[in-house]
Design a binder for this molecule. Structure first.
Ligand code: C5P
Ligand code: MG
Length: 163
């Protein structure tokens, strides 16, 4: 463990997620419903950003991943609001490291269409609300796949944790 300053230990967390897109399905990214002709084919609500965030938080303390804590085969999690997964993961972290805090979140979403830029502030606000942070602590960037993966959405999230 690395200690910096007054006995503070920092840990990095990183997570990824991807889902296939299909016409007529809902698209929810970072807890925000997106107006879109296609959405995710998923067991839960298919929010790749919140799934990658939850995995990043778990990875930061080597506590497994969301597939382990919320098995896809378990019907209890069908159509589940991913905000509940993030809240559940925070409880798991709290049990492991009661004094932990999140320094910042950095997220990247790859999606060819539609443009997510108009939703950036809403995503920052929603993620900040879920994590009890300020929106300025939540960076969210968007990229297309340049047409290489038009039928997919992907998210990658890094978090810095301190305890
Ligand atoms: O992938 P590309 O570099 O062409 O994306 C250009 C810009 O378009 C990104 O920096 C981002 O601001 C925006 N973008 C977006 N929504 C997406 C993909 C890209 O707002 N789904
Ligand atoms: Mg997922």
């Amino acid at each position: 463990m690395i200690f910096v300053g007054s006995h503070q230990a920092f840990r990095i967390g990183y997570g990824e997620d991807a889902h296939a897109l299909a016409a007529g399905r809902p698209l929810i990214v970072g807890g925000v419903p997106i107006t879109s002709p296609h959405g995710t084919v998923a067991h839960s609500d298919g929010d790749v950003l919140l799934h990658a965030l939850a995995d990043a938080l778990l990875a930061g303390y080597a506590l497994g991943d969301i597939g382990q804590h919320y098995p896809p085969a378990d019907s209890a999690f069908k159509g589940m609001d991913s905000a509940k997964i993030v809240k559940g993961v925070l409880v798991i972290l709290d049990q492991h490291a009661a004094d932990f805090s999140i320094v910042n979140v950095a997220a990247a979403v790859t999606l060819d269409h539609p443009k997510l830029g108009p939703y950036r502030q809403q995503m920052q606000a929603r993620i900040a609300e879920l994590l009890a942070l300020e929106p300025e602590q939540v960076g969210v960037t968007f990229k297309t796949s340049e047409g290489l993966a038009p039928g997919h959405i992907q998210a990658r999230v890094a978090v810095l944790l301190a305890s």
